[in-house]
Design a binder for this molecule. Structure first.
Ligand code: CAA
Length: 258
């Protein structure tokens, strides 16, 4: 499918989605968010896709929500469209793993979009921020909540109230990103990580994601109990038998998602 604001490429079992509005540093306008929803629908419907990588350009992952599109909106328009709600929920609802590969600016809605993914790989040039305060507003795609959970109250307050940016090294120290890679290796490294995930049991991958996400929503004892139940339930799948047999037989497992 051809998109106006995205470039989608298949890399074996990995779908690579590139945000592509270079003239606006990949600012998230309604067209881009609608197309991103369509690309996620297509990837989820395709049994051949087992992992997704979401990236931007070398200069910008995304410089935020599109300020020019938003600036004249009324409260009634924002409220009745539940502005950003449906788009954010669509990304959150994706059951296939999504890696954000971030180079350059990931600001405002761009930082929030990266945080909606399952984890973030950053290039050395990545810069993260929630600069909405400079516009007289606030993060609107979950930034006040997700950034605080990821980096803690003090740093989240600092970022959100001053609008300053974090470089990749600070983002890694703070736990916002999982690793930093050289800028010219970003997409290759993200695709390698995605290929590794794509080679695992898709059922086990999905359940692991559910559990890590649950850690943000539930108590420790309820989360641990849920983990034990799902751990037990994996023994109902052929993939568990295959994974353990392959280990014992010293061969590579062939996970079929059954
Ligand atoms: N919306 C719309 N257009 C944007 C944009 C945005 N968020 N960010 C950049 N652009 C556009 C610029 O207007 C410019 O277009 P023109 O050439 O037509 O003027 C083009 O992209 C290139 O940008 P700059 O000339 O500003 O590039 P720079 O290198 O000088 O600065 C930058 C880069 C620091 C990222 C700067 O563009 C900037 O501060 N952008 C806005 C960042 C921001 O405030 N993001 C938060 C948006 S609000 C939000 O996201 C709300 C939410 O949580 C949902």
């Amino acid at each position: 499918m051809a998109y106006e604001t995205l470039i989608v490429e298949a890399h074996d079992a990995v779908a690579l989605i590139r945000l592509n509005r270079p003239e606006a540093l990949n600012a998230l306008n309604s067209r881009l968010l609608e197309e991103l929803g369509q690309a996620l629908d297509a990837a989820e419907a395709d049994p051949g896709v087992r992992c997704l990588v979401l990236t931007g350009s070398e200069r910008a992952f995304a410089a935020g929500a599109d300020i020019k599109e938003m600036s004249d909106k009324s409260y009634a328009e924002m409220f009745s469209a539940d502005f950003f709600g449906p788009a954010a929920r669509r990304i959150e609802a994706c059951r296939k793993p999504i890696i954000a590969a971030v180079s350059g600016y990931a600001l405002g809605g761009g930082c929030e979009l990266a945080m909606l993914c399952d984890f973030i790989i950053a290039s050395e040039t990545a810069r993260f921020g929630q600069p909405e305060i400079n516009l007289g507003v606030m993060p609107g795609i979950g930034g006040t909540q997700r950034l605080t959970r990821l980096v803690g109250k003090s740093k989240a307050m600092d970022m959100i109230l001053t609008g300053r940016m974090m470089d990749a090294a600070e983002a890694e120290r703070a736990g916002l990103v999982s690793r930093i890679v050289p800028a010219d290796r970003l997409v290759a490294e993200a695709l390698e990580a995605a290929a590794k995930i794509a080679g695992q049991s898709p059922l086990a991958v999905m359940m692991n994601i559910e559990l890590v996400d649950a850690a943000y929503e539930t108590t420790l004892s309820a989360g641990v109990a849920m983990e034990r139940r799902l751990f037990h339930s994996l023994f109902a799948f052929e993939d568990q038998k295959e994974g353990m047999a392959a280990f014992i037989e010293k061969r590579k497992p062939d996970f079929r998602g059954r």
